[in-house]
Design a binder for this molecule. Sequence first.
Ligand code: C5P
Length: 314
Amino acid sequence: QPRHQAVLAAAGGGTDALHLFSPSKINVFLRIMRRREDGFHDLASLFHVIDLGDDMSFEELAGTASADVLTCNMDGVPTDDSNLVIKALNLFRTKTGRSQRFKIDLAKRVPHGAGLGGGSGNAATTLWAANELCGRPASVEELLLWSGEIGSDISVFFSNGAAYCTGRGEVVENVPPPLPLNTPLLLVKPPVGLSTPEIFKALDLDRRSTADPRQLLARLAAEGATQELTVNDLEQPAFDRLPELLQLKQQLQAEGSCYSSVFMTGSGSTIVCVGSDSIPSFLSDARYTGMFVSPARFITRQRGEWFAGPSQKA
Ligand code: C5P
C-alpha cells in the first residue's frame, strides 16, 4: 500500500545523527536531443521526484578518522569509493576545503538499474547532509551545481520536485507540477536491471520521437498524462535489449481503463503506470516472481522538506 513516508527532516532524536529520506524520481517524458562530442547526450525531460525512497543516517566521525564508513542493507551495493555516496563526500570536501569524515548507513528500498535514480538521490541527500553537519558552508544552489560533476541526474534532487531538465540532465528548471500531486502511480520492475551507458550506446537516433519537449510539458498540464505525451526515447534501445520489457509494458497497457499511461522511466527497467496504483492480477502469476512492484506518489519540496500531495497528508 502507498507509503507516504515522504515527510522528512532532520530527526536528530537527541543524538548528533541526521536521519534523512532519500527519494527517487521518474521521467514523465524523456527526449534525447543529440549526441555530444563528449560522449554524453543532450536531453530534455520532465523529471518528477517521487515518494519511493531510501532511509539514510549520517554521523560525523572523530577528527582522527581517515575514511568514511558506509554500510548498506542491500546485497550487491558497493560501499567503497565507487558508491555515489562516497563520491559526493569527496566532492563536498574538495569544494569546501573541509576535512570531516562521516559514518553513513543506507537502508535501500529503491532498486538498482531501475531508471529511478536511487543512487543519484543518495548522492544528493549526502551532499545536503554533509553541508548541514558542517554548518552549511554551501548554499543549496552551489550543491546543485556541484552535483552535476558526479552524475547527470543528481541535480534534480535539489529542485522543488518537478523539473524540466536539459543538458546532460543537470540543467534544472523548476516548473509547476503539471500533474496533480496525488496522482496514483504504480512502478513495476522486472528482476533484471538495465545499464544506463549501454542503453545510451544502443540508442538509434533515427528511431526517436520528434515531439517538441516544451510542447509536451505544456500539453501534460492541459491534457494530463496520456500515452502520447509520456514519450521516452530510451524505450527503443531498452526494448531491443529486453523484449520481455516491451511485453510487460503492453500487458500493463492492456489493463486499459485502469491507467491513463504506461511508460518506461529513464534508461529502465522500471515501467510506470499512471492513474491507478492497483496491482493487476496477471502479476500474481508465478512467471512474475521477483518483480519489484510499488505504489508511488509525486512529491515536492517545501521549505527544504519533501511532501506528498495535500490529500495524502491525512
Ligand atoms: O551521468 P551518469 O553517471 O548518470 O551517466 C551514466 C552514463 O550514461 C554516461 O557515462 C553516459 O554514457 C550515459 N549518459 C549519456 N547522456 C546523458 C546521461 C548519461 O550518454 N545525458
